[in-house]
Design a protein around this ligand. Structure first.
Ligand code: NAP
Length: 332
């Protein structure tokens, strides 16, 4: 028997989630029945899509009240009644927000911890981080050498990887993030050419200074007002990749769309959205490339780790208040 501690949804957040919207519950788990595995979760990925599942009618579904919150995680198999996985294997997949997951073994991917540490399979090699940046930047739009690329939410997980992939492909990169420390992180750790502090600087003025010939590619994690400020400064033939709109997730029933979309027509530009799972049949091509750049030291992603399953709600709130740089994880 092992004791599982899980984070359940107590009430649907109105606006920004509060810790009181969640509760920790405990249960005992025994031997897995046929086809199931028991996983000891080592890291949980704190992702923006989790917020969208706390309400009703979101793109990623809705968590019933009283049920565990959704989360992707990595962990070690500690008991198995599934042919494809043995005790000691490391796996990644939908573990939910809990210390131990008793789930069908077929739901998990075995991961190779000799290529990279298990947590990297939620970061640079993970679906909601490295793979999202890879396909959102290199497939949804194409980045060419010499492009001026702007990335919003640049000091977060997807943004940090997107900035570095753009640099690897010969672009000039301007990151937008909240606060001077994050701007320093962008230029000193991530290798961006410039950073803009959207909380302390006039973003429009700074974009005009830093991209006098216009913006060729915009990788947008934030949406809202920043999208209009960029649209107003795009170059002819610009490409905009809508990865997400974290500024809007606390009020999905009243999303602010771009006012300046006519710039797309005026400048022969295009704007497209994507979901990473659309590219699932190409993950096998992307992972070795991402791992290769990691090994060469061209791609890094610092981790911000919150310790203890009870920190899960606070960590989720942190994603929206900007208290981390790089990949936000919880070790349950
Ligand atoms: N299309 C897909 O398939 C896909 C897959 C995965 C993720 N995504 C999207 O990728 C984006 C980034 O996700 P992530 O997991 O990497 O999170 P993250 O960037 O690590 O964390 C989110 C960051 O967003 C910034 N932020 C929050 N509210 C903001 C606001 N109102 N205005 C401006 N910035 C704000 C915060 O940084 P500051 O301190 O700079 O404000 C925060 O650190 C999200 O929009 C997510 O939905 C899309």
């Amino acid at each position: 028997m092992v004791t599982n501690r899980k984070v359940v949804l107590k009430s649907r957040p109105q606006g920004r989630p509060k810790e009181s919207d969640f509760a920790i519950e405990t249960e005992q788990l025994g031997e897995p029945p046929p086809g199931m595995v028991l996983i000891e979760v080592s890291h949980l990925s704190i992702d923006a899509f989790i917020r969208t599942t706390l309400g009703e009618g979101g793109h990623h579904g809705s968590v019933p009240l009283g049920s565990p919150c959704v989360a992707l995680g990595v962990g070690k198999v500690i008991a198995s009644a599934f042919e494809g996985l043995a005790v000691g294997d490391w796996v990644s997949g939908a573990t939910l927000a809990q210390t131990h997951a008793m789930m069908p073994g077929a739901m998990y991917q075995k991961i190779d911890d000799t290529i990279a540490p298990p947590s990297a399979y939620l970061g640079v090699l993970g679906m909601t981080t490295g793979l999202t940046a890879y396909f959102g930047l290199l497939s949804a739009v194409n980045v060419d050498e010499g492009d001026t690329v702007v990335v919003s939410g640049a000091a977060g997980a997807v943004g940090s990887v997107a900035c570095q992939l753009a640099k690897i492909h010969g672009a000039r990169v301007i990151g937008i993030a909240g606060g001077r420390d994050k701007v320093r992180y962008l230029t000193d750790t991530i290798g961006a050419d410039a950073g803009i502090d959207y909380k302390g600087e006039d973003v429009g003025t700074r974009l005009t200074e830093l991209a006098p010939n216009g913006i060729d590619v915009y990788f947008d994690n934030v949406g809202g007002e920043l999208l209009d400020l960029v649209l107003d400064r795009i170059a002819s033939g610009a490409r905009i990749s809508i990865c997400g709109a974290i500024s809007q997730y606390d009020h999905l029933d009243d999303v602010r769309g771009p006012k300046l979309y006519l710039r797309l027509a005026e400048r022969n530009a295009r704007m497209c959205g994507f979901t990473v799972d659309h590219y699932a049949n190409r993950f096998g091509e992307a992972i070795p490339r991402l791992a290769g750049w990691m090994k060469e030291g061209k791609l890094k992603l610092p981790e911000h780790v919150e310790r203890g399953i009870e920190r899960f709600p606070a960590a989720l709130i942190k994603l929206f208040t900007g208290g981390h740089m790089g990949k936000l994880l919880v070790t349950p």
